[in-house]
Ligand binder design. Sequence first.
Ligand code: KG4
Ligand code: ZN
Length: 334
Amino acid sequence: MKILAIESSCDETSVAVIENSSVLSNVIASQHFHAEYGGVIPEIASRAHLQAISGVTGAALDQAGLSLEQIEGIAVTKEPGLAGALLVGSNFAKGLALKLGVPVVPVNHIEGHIYSACIEGAHISFPFVSLVVSGGHTALFHVESYDKYEMIGSTIDDAAGEAFDKIAKMLGLPYPGGPVVDRLAAAGDPSRYDFPRPLLHSGDLNFSFSGLKTSVRYFIRKNYPSGAEGNDLNDICASVQRSITGVLAEKSFRACREYGVKVLVTGGGVSANSELRRRLSENKMGLDIHIPAMDYCVDNAAMIGFLGEKRLLEAAGGGYDDLTFRVSSRAIRA
Ligand code: KG4
Ligand code: ZN
């Protein structure tokens, strides 16, 4: 089936075209201007989605070599995310579905991230453990099929990406901080500062990053009241990164051990982190690791279309003619 997929849950307007689980196009327009405010401003994000969505859709169809009339189904992110931003995508999707007379499948954004590694790896076999790690979410899932998964751990406070971003802000670095910390850490000594690795030995699969954030705040206030620079800044970034990625990797390995699973996949923007990628790849458990390409790690419509097509095929085309479904900012199907 030829599926047009739309993702607008946060600060990326993305439209993709999927056919038979293959990505024909995946256009992502990022709202970089939020950097000016040090974080995403919901109202501005919604307006920017409105401005971008038609053009991004045209570009996705062009790249796929298809016209709008050839589209047989629409998939759209329904939850979770910024309500106003989600509304832009879902209303656009409903309008298109009405015009074309095709079904529209609402897709959960986190489910998109859970299975995003499968887009490129048709050979990834179930069951697997999926680490979803982004600016808004940090959780582990035990995944048995495209329909059946269970959340087996999650953050009890901040998401890992949020910790990267907030700590970067304390260090005077631009938003989003994760990629900047990653770059600066490459030239730093990760063993110079021993920041906490919260819940590392908690015996469960949950995460917590709020204590680390507070500890770095006090550390900077005490040791670098007028700001860290040069090697000191590199070393702080490397040490913070070691703490965050150490916990993410260890908990993922623990999940695989506890569930007797040999396959570990990741999704979400923080999977782009070079130290996390290295730690996961160098595991000593013989795990089969799948980390998606960057365009499938960050928020993207391909992951929404990939699942949307599966849902439509399962339903044999029926059951997706409801144009009254509502977006939700928080929902996650656990
Ligand atoms: O998945 P995503 O694009 O959007 C959300 O759903 O949140 O993830 C964005 C998050 C931001 O917090 C950003 O700082 C983080 O991913 N990120 C990184 C890296 N690249 C992006 N964090 C650490 N290292 C990176 N290389
Ligand atoms: Zn996301």
